[in-house]
Design a protein around this ligand. Structure first.
Ligand code: TRP
Length: 455
């Protein structure tokens, strides 16, 4: 296993932040966060979610970036280098497998988003003006095998093209163009939402907690969401961290990534709920919120055609910058550890991901009645990765850093590039130590038991 002398690195610190924020900001923020918050009581859920981000996700994010930056390797190579034990190497392997699985169904939903840009632009939203028919339209589209597979394929090709060009010329350059555009569109949509008549009811829903809606389950859902939204638990942040310079400050970068991700989730909530409440729609319709309810909302609001197109462009950009991080994990493994050419790895694994995604795309039509453990193939892939592989990965990563690789090794590496910060605030390090050794693994363990139906 020859170590490549010319392994790529990010061109700048900003490049890393935008790429990592691009990975974090995705369907999880714009599609999932608002509907999950909507179903779980709005503001009270959001407060719990923010606590999960601070108490669990931040320490794990630090740990992942740290492992990557220290080893300058993909997840498998990183665990090989730091431990060499087959168990830990397998943990890296599980991350690569999870990346492959997540991308296969993530790209199907992302394909719908691409398709909805066209639906919005061609005025299709105006042909239906009540939730029933817009839901029916969505069902028609997803039942259409050709529509589903074509947009899925188109999205995979976009993802592959970016990763093909490499870390600096592909991922970093793409993120530097797409992320500012994403923020700009989000702000335009936020202003539109806030200036709608009746917007305050939406704000009230997200910022005024109704504690009675909180149950034990809510906490677990909030934690799962915190993991997914920050791309944690399968080595995506580890891989992005592996292209980082030893001079860069890991804690500050991690906090910046978290702030950007959280802002996008909250602003997406504002965009969606101001519009939903102002047009008198219902906030708690679940996963269909974006594809069923929003098209109606756009037909009812002034300038809806324009804002509808803009919204689905936003969603597609967010999905694309996340998808590239998933493909990069798989590609990095074959490039680092198997000495493959990047181009070859991208084409081959892009194509395999597409193949694995086909049964997910068909889960809404031909394979709708094909159930494994009572779930469609799509739901099974989602459940397996989001509820089992990611929390398990996060748990093992915190145990690895806290107990196996050990804090004596981790801390000096974490301090590199962050000397000033830790000299001024040494207690920050102590807090991280407690969180990564105890809080994170124990709380994640509880989530996992819940996901498996044990508690
Ligand atoms: N974080 C992304 C989102 O919110 C999805 C994502 C990208 C992801 N890479 C990941 C999730 C790695 C888990 C693991 O949509």
């Amino acid at each position: 296993m020859a170590k490549k002398a010319t392994r790529e690195q990010w061109g700048s610190k900003l490049g890393f932040i935008l790429a990592a924020a691009g990975s974090a900001v995705g369907l999880g923020n714009i599609w999932k966060f608002p509907y999950v918050a909507g179903e779980n009581g709005g503001a009270a859920f959001i407060l719990i979610y923010l606590m999960c981000i601070l108490v669990i996700a931040l320490p794990v994010l630090l740990a992942e970036i740290l492992i990557g930056r220290t080893t300058q390797r993909n997840p498998v190579g990183a665990f090989k280098q730091l431990s060499g034990k087959p168990f830990w190497v397998a943990v890296g392997g599980m991350g690569i497998l999870a990346g492959f699985i997540i991308l296969s169904f993530y790209a199907v939903v992302s394909g719908w988003s691409l398709g909805y840009i066209v639906e919005a632009a061609t005025g299709k939203f105006y042909e239906f003006n009540q939730i029933g028919s817009s839901g029916a339209h969505f069902t028609d589209l997803t039942q259409n095998t050709l529509w589903n597979i074509s947009y899925f394929a188109a999205f995979m090709i976009l993802t592959m093209v970016i990763v093909y060009y490499g870390v600096q010329k592909g991922i970093e350059r793409g993120s530097k163009i797409m992320m500012p555009l994403l923020f700009l569109i989000l702000i335009v949509l936020m202003i539109r939402g806030l200036t709608l008549e009746g917007a305050e009811k939406g704000l009230d829903f997200i910022f005024n907690p109704d504690w009675s809606a909180i149950t034990g389950k809510t906490i677990l859902v909030a934690l799962g969401q915190a993991f997914f939204t920050l791309s944690l638990g399968m080595g995506a942040m580890l891989t992005y961290g592996s292209y980082m310079s030893k001079k860069d400050n890991i804690p500050i970068s991690a906090v910046e990534i978290i702030i950007l991700d959280t802002l996008v989730a909250l602003i997406s909530g504002v965009v969606i709920f101001t519009a939903v409440f102002a047009t008198g729609e219902s906030p708690n319709v679940g996963p269909g919120l974006i594809f069923h309810t929003l098209p109606i909302v756009f037909t009812k609001m002034p300038g809806g055609l324009f804002f509808g197109v803009l919204f689905f462009i936003l969603l597609s950009i967010a999905a694309l910058t996340s998808a590239i991080s998933l493909l990069e994990v798989v590609v990095a493994y074959f490039v680092d550890d198997k000495n493959w050419q990047r181009h070859r790895a991208v084409v081959i694994f892009g194509f395999f991901t597409f193949l694995l995604g086909i049964p997910s795309a068909l889960s809404f039509n031909i394979l709708a009645d094909f159930k494994i453990f009572g779930l469609t193939f799509f739901d099974l892939m989602d459940y397996l990765s989001s509820n089992i592989l990611l929390p398990l990965g996060g748990l093992l990563i915190s145990v690895f850093v806290g107990w196996v690789w050990g804090l004596d090794n981790a801390i000096p590496n974490l301090k590199q590039g962050a000397e000033n910060l830790f000299n001024k605030f040494p207690w920050m390090l102590d807090i991280w130590v407690v969180f990564i050794r105890y809080f994170a693994p124990i709380l994640i363990f509880l989530v996992l038991l819940n996901a498996l139906g044990i508690i």
